[in-house]
Design a protein around this ligand. Structure first.
Ligand code: SAM
Ligand code: SF4
Length: 322
């Protein structure tokens, strides 16, 4: 479906749970969140209905996210049911990877096309520091499990933070030399736990190009290659690629093609706006109309976003899904 500003909206991100087994400082509060009553959350049937409604309006790509989607009971079956819907051309999952060793093969079999694994550091002590409770080895095992399960074009999402992991940029880029991995550096956003992070943590992804001058822009045919919201680079001869995602230093609202659905059934036309419309408890016909309204209410542009101007999303990232 085309929105009011001529953008084709064909991508829906679904947060299937607000819960998580980690507590990343820029995302969730240390104490976690209060588990909400079952009745407030979308049932699997409602989620499937919402996907069918979205597909009828031209949504073609679905990303399952969270919280941590792999802590959700029945996640493999839910993925299977989404992948089986006529019109869903691509099903992806975004995960912290720590639980992939137990389910990567099943997810692949269920019809998940791609996995993005979030990993902000390659150092054990820092991994523990940023996730508060996680073990680096679990995330690394998750990446291997994704390879073993036959996933292609595995993406690593790395939130770049000044004074925390900017000295590891080269190490992350090196991961792309021998393996077909895509490392995507993402600018830290003042949203959720990221609100109140000290200014020095918010750095531009330009830092990646300064740290690794050998990175060359990939040619997308008529200029720089853009993959979704990432501008693509690679080291000469490398098997993998490097993507820069710049939600702060470079606005990409003009090309925005997505809507988001939260685990409690709220459609978010824009990540950084507090506007939400509920599909919880609605039948498919009603959902279709609500999704249409959500698409038509997408703002042309987000408001100013930087260390001094936090997001108006009104939710933590674990309940939006990134
Ligand atoms: N638990 C899964 C994971 O970590 O990949 C999926 C949900 S998580 C909310 C999705 C993505 O949002 C992750 O890549 C995470 O790093 C990113 N994220 C969360 N809070 C963020 C923030 N304040 N700024 C930038 N990215 C953030
Ligand atoms: Fe959990 Fe992902 Fe948020 Fe980290 S970023 S706390 S792994 S939902």
């Amino acid at each position: 479906m085309i929105d009011n500003y001529g953008r084709t909206i064909d991508y829906m991100r679904i947060s299937v749970t607000e819960l998580c087994n980690l507590r990343c400082r820029y995302c969730m509060p240390e104490e976690g969140i209060v588990k909400r009553d079952h009745a407030e959350m979308m049932t699997a049937e409602e989620t499937i209905d919402a996907v069918k409604a979205a597909v009828s309006l031209g949504i073609r790509k679905i990303r399952v996210t969270g919280g941590e989607p792999l802590v959700k009971r029945g996640i493999v079956e839910l993925c299977h049911n989404i992948a089986s819907i006529d019109g869903v051309e691509e099903l992806c999952i975004t995960t912290n990877g720590t639980l992939l060793p137990g389910c990567a093969k099943e997810l692949r079999k269920a019809g998940v096309d791609r996995v993005n694994i979030s990993l902000d550091t390659l150092r054990e002590d820092r991994y523990r520091e940023i996730t508060r409770v996680g073990e680096l080895g679990d995330a690394l095992a998750g990446i291997e499990a994704a390879f073993d399960a036959g996933f292609e074009k595995i993406k690593i999402n790395t939130v770049l933070m000044g004074g925390f992991n900017d000295d590891e940029i080269e190490d992350f880029v090196k991961l792309t030399v021998d393996r077909p991995l895509e490392v995507r550096f993402i600018e830290l956003m003042p949203i959720g736990g990221g609100i109140g992070f000290e200014k020095a943590r918010f750095i531009s992804c330009v830092r990646v190009l300064e740290s690794v001058p050998g990175l060359e822009p990939l040619d997308g045919g008529n200029g720089t290659m853009i993959d979704g919201v990432a501008v693509m680079y690679a080291l000469p001869g490398a098997k993998g690629r490097v993507g820069l995602i710049r939600p702060i230093s470079c606005d990409f609202c003009e090309g925005c093609n997505k809507i988001r659905l939260t685990a409690d059934g709220m459609l978010k036309p824009c990540l950084h706006s507090g506007a939400e419309i509920s599909v919880k408890g609605k039948n498919r016909e009603e959902m279709t109309e609500i999704i249409r309204q959500a698409i038509l209410s997408k703002p042309q542009m987000r408001e100013t976003l930087d260390a001094d101007n936090p997001s108006h999303a009104g939710r933590n990232m674990n309940s939006i899904g990134g």
